[in-house]
Design a protein around this ligand. Structure first.
Ligand code: SAM
Length: 212
């Protein structure tokens, strides 16, 4: 179902600069309409963010592809995602052959994601909790991807990144963020690049925004 629409979506994100074959193949394969509510499924292959309930969103496909490409990791790499949400981003990374760990703070979204992963046979380890403190047990990670907007880069996530690993995280105020890509050179030093103009729901937690 929706094969043609998925193919069109791949062409759209290609035209916006995504050229990593593994990312394009994953977007062409993962059925985004299964990660949104039924009422939204006819919009699932538009390049837009969509509501998933509880004031949260499934990110725009271009943004998912951009962050997946920015991780610059191959098959078998271990990745930690903060903000499981619908589960779509985690499914894309799993389809790219990564070992994915993902944390969600909202119990309803966490349970919904568990169900969809189970239904589709997607192997992602999911945890309910505050992702700003990471998931120490499986650290260090080759990649960390934060899919909610943060006021700063959480220190504990920096520590849980492997030397040589990459973290992709939107940092800014609540209205707009810069996508930061951090490459860990050694325990103390990171190379950081910035791309402006992204907009995410807030990262809420100990090393994020305070809950209101
Ligand atoms: N990656 C998701 C997807 O593919 O659908 C989109 C994520 S949505 C833009 C952001 C998610 O981050 C929301 O589900 C929100 O509940 C979650 N979130 C916010 N703060 C969090 C935290 N400290 N730890 C874990 N999840 C968090």
């Amino acid at each position: 179902m929706f094969e043609h629409e998925r193919h069109e979506l791949v062409e759209t994100i290609k035209s916006k600069g995504i050229n990593n074959e593994a990312v394009l193949n994953a977007v062409n394969t993962v059925e985004r309409h299964l990660f949104v509510e039924d009422a939204m499924k006819y919009h699932a292959y538009k390049d837009v963010a969509l509501p998933i309930g509880f004031g949260q969103t499934i990110s725009q496909p271009f943004t998912v592809a951009y962050m997946s490409q920015a991780l610059n990791l191959g098959k078998g790499s271990k990745v930690l995602e903060i903000g499981t949400g619908s589960g779509y981003q985690a499914a894309i990374l799993e389809k790219m052959g990564m070992r994915v760990f993902s944390i969600e703070r909202n119990d309803k979204l966490y349970n919904r994601a568990l169900k969809i992963f189970d239904y589709l046979g997607i192997r992602v380890a999911v945890r309910l909790g505050d992702g700003t403190i990471g998931w120490e047990e499986y650290a260090p990670y080759d990649g960390i991807i934060v899919t909610a907007g943060s006021p700063d880069v959480p220190e504990r996530l920096k520590r849980q990144l492997a030397v040589g690993g990459r973290m992709v995280i939107p940092v800014g105020d609540k209205n707009s963020q810069t996508m930061k890509v951090l490459t860990k050179k050694d325990e103390e030093n990171f190379i950081v690049t910035d791309s402006p103009q992204f907009k995410f729901v807030p990262l809420i937690g100990k090393e994020g925004w305070k809950e209101r």
